[in-house]
Structures are given as structure tokens and as C-alpha cells.
Design a protein around this ligand. Structure first.
Ligand code: ADP
Length: 153
């Protein structure tokens, strides 16, 4: 049976740090579904269509990666795709503290477990919030995002 996992996130935008987590995930799993969560209470900079198009462009030659949009609980999305593993990325101990709570609560409510990959040191500082600020101020985000020209607000 194929090992399929879900990598959920806002990906506003999808950075080189996220890309690194997908590459690491492909070494352990047969397929990865990158799942862009739509949370009604969050304000996003880049449109959902634009984020999906951008991420698809990055993995157009990798058949084992698909990109979907979902609403609601991540664990419900996982069940609908017949997988019981969530992948998340870690940069530092702050991420760990936050991710641990989410992972434990997801496990409590569904039995769905999480696995974590550490980002490579050169991408530890990459943070979507800061990338958005640079973009909004007209700065160059090439260093942090592959193919940024695919992104539109
Ligand atoms: P969310 O809103 O769900 O936290 P994000 O798009 O901010 O979504 O992040 C998705 C996942 O990617 C999270 O597990 C986050 O810790 C991880 N992540 C964010 N930036 C990086 C990075 N530079 N390197 C590795 N993982 C990262």
C-alpha cells in the first residue's frame, strides 16, 4: 500500500523552507498532498488560487506531489484522503512548542499522528509573515520563494 501523507498550512506564501520540508517528506513517503487550509477568520495576502497555482508550478515535474485546498479540520481532510499522518516543519524550539500542542490535540480527537522534519539551517530564518512584509513594501522575495512571479494578491 502507498504511504500517503498530508502537509497542511497557510502557505501565504509557500517558501523555500516549505519546499525543503516537501523534499524531505518524499524520501519517506510515496505521495504528499500539500493542503492549503482556508480559515475564514484569517486574512491572507495572496489569493488561494494564486497560492495553489504557485505551489503546483514548483512541483509540476513531481508526480508524487499534489496540491489541494481544504476547509475545516485538518484531521477531517486527512480522513477524506485515507491517510493518518500529518507532516509539519520545524525551524526552532518555538515551532516545536506550538506544533506539539496541535499534534497532541489532533491525536486526541482523531488518532491521526504527526511527523516533523527539521528545515535545513539556511532556511531556519525564513518566515512567511516577514516575506509578506517585504513583498508589501515592494522588496525582492526571490531569496525566500522560488518562482515568486507566479504569485498575485
Ligand atoms: P500554518 O498557518 O498552518 O502554521 P504555515 O504556512 O505558516 O502554516 O506553515 C506550515 C508548516 O511549515 C508549519 O509546520 C511550519 O512550522 C512550517 N514552516 C514554516 N516555515 C518554515 C521554514 N522556513 N522551514 C521549515 N518549515 C517551515
Amino acid at each position: 500500500m502507498k504511504k500517503v501523507t498530508v502537509f497542511p498550512g497557510s502557505f501565504d506564501p509557500f517558501t523555500k523552507g516549505h519546499e525543503c520540508i516537501v523534499e524531505k517528506t518524499l524520501r519517506l513517503f510515496d505521495e504528499v498532498i500539500i493542503a492549503i487550509g482556508q480559515n475564514a477568520s484569517k486574512n491572507y495576502l495572496f489569493s488561494i488560487e494564486s497560492r495553489q497555482k504557485h505551489i503546483k508550478s514548483l512541483f509540476k515535474d513531481e508526480k508524487r506531489v499534489s496540491v489541494e485546498v481544504f476547509n475545516g479540520l485538518t484531521v477531517e481532510f486527512c480522513k477524506s484522503r485515507n491517510t493518518n499522518i500529518i507532516v509539519r516543519g520545524l525551524r526552532d524550539s518555538k515551532d516545536f512548542g506550538y506544533e506539539r500542542s496541535i499534534a497532541q490535540m489532533n491525536y486526541e480527537i482523531s488518532g491521526i499522528d504527526s511527523v516533523f522534519f527539521m528545515t535545513v539551517p539556511e532556511y531556519t530564518a525564513i518566515n512567511s509573515t516577514i516575506v509578506r512584509e517585504i513583498y508589501k513594501s515592494g522588496g525582492d522575495i526571490d531569496l525566500f520563494v522560488t518562482n515568486p512571479e507566479k504569485l498575485v494578491k
